[in-house]
Design a protein around this ligand. Sequence first.
Ligand SMILES: [Zn+2]
Length: 406
Amino acid sequence: MTQTTASPDDTGAEVRAYSSREHHLGAVFEAVLTRGPLSRRDAARLTGLSAASVTKLVKPMISHGYLIENVREAGVPGRPQIPLQVDASRHHAVGIKLMDGEIVGVVADLHAEVQSAHRMKYRDTTPEGVVSAIDEMTGILLQRTPVKRERLLGIGIGLGGHVNGATGVVVESPFLGWHDVPLRRLVVERMNLPVVIENDVNTLAVAEQWFGAGSSFPSFALVTIGVGVGCALVLDGQLWRGVSGAAGEFGHMVVDPEGPECHCGKRGCLEAVVGDAAIAGAMSAAAGRRITKVSQVVARAHAGDLDAQQVFTQAGLALGRAIAALLNLLNPPLVILSGEGITASDLFIDALRAELDRDAFSTTAGDCTVLVRPLPDETWARGAAATMLRHGVLRSLSRLTQQVQS
Ligand SMILES: [Zn+2]
């Protein structure tokens, strides 16, 4: 068996484009991972490749232990098919969701099943302080599992803001007050393990794509609401990052040029109209006294306070208008709505759907399922681990391409 664990400096280079053969290997592997156990015939059907190509592609994946052959399927007519599945214990990764003052971490196997999880506070928001907290978190997680550090494929880190996964640089992170911090390099230097960094909503989208509501859709959008408004796009099976990782900055679409100021410097961004601070601000204005927590507004609305209900109706309309623009642009079959703000979804979803039906072009609203999905912080961290697993496995598989017969 060859050494397939990536070395730490592997992730220091710019992410390069994969060749079509690497792409096919990755597609077959992901099909077996997300839909397996799977016969070669079904893998061919799901990937659009020929059965002969799939047979050639899986050979090195079996000989290197990424895939294992299951017992024969009984009772299937025609030639017996041997289902393939991924060897879950072959690789593990740490996934981290970095939040304001708090970190959530998990260790996940190759099926992205969580082996251990931990949550801890941190105070020092300097790059050095955050790297120390990530190091401490990894140590605690590993103490709680039999997974050896040498068997770790690496660490996936998700955080809010403009994160350039290709260069490993946090371009802008308002909650940390960071600008152009080379976080990936700093963590690699400290921990001597491969590292990927990614916008946290993107990591959640990877979680949904691999083992969540997005697994049966080639394309979908994920919109998160809460303190901020985030968005991730999976298009034809690929996470769409844009040229510098800033794709999906849906929260900074201007929906009301006369609206409240946004922390980004503009006025009337979606986030400044429907984010937590905006909800509390609108309620304060209506009530004539300062209200700081969204939970108070939710409680008032549930108790029948018409002003509070109106605050959520207005937020639903603004969200609906913005999501209609997303439908007009992408015509997706699925929009997943998540984030801590959806605890109030019963108060705004009707207004959102009505506005979507009014604003979206032609059949785009009817074509799209809008799904409200509560996803805990651990799922975001699990997605960060899945992002690392995907990156690491695809790199390892790319080394196997020389062994695929042409
Ligand atoms: Zn803004």
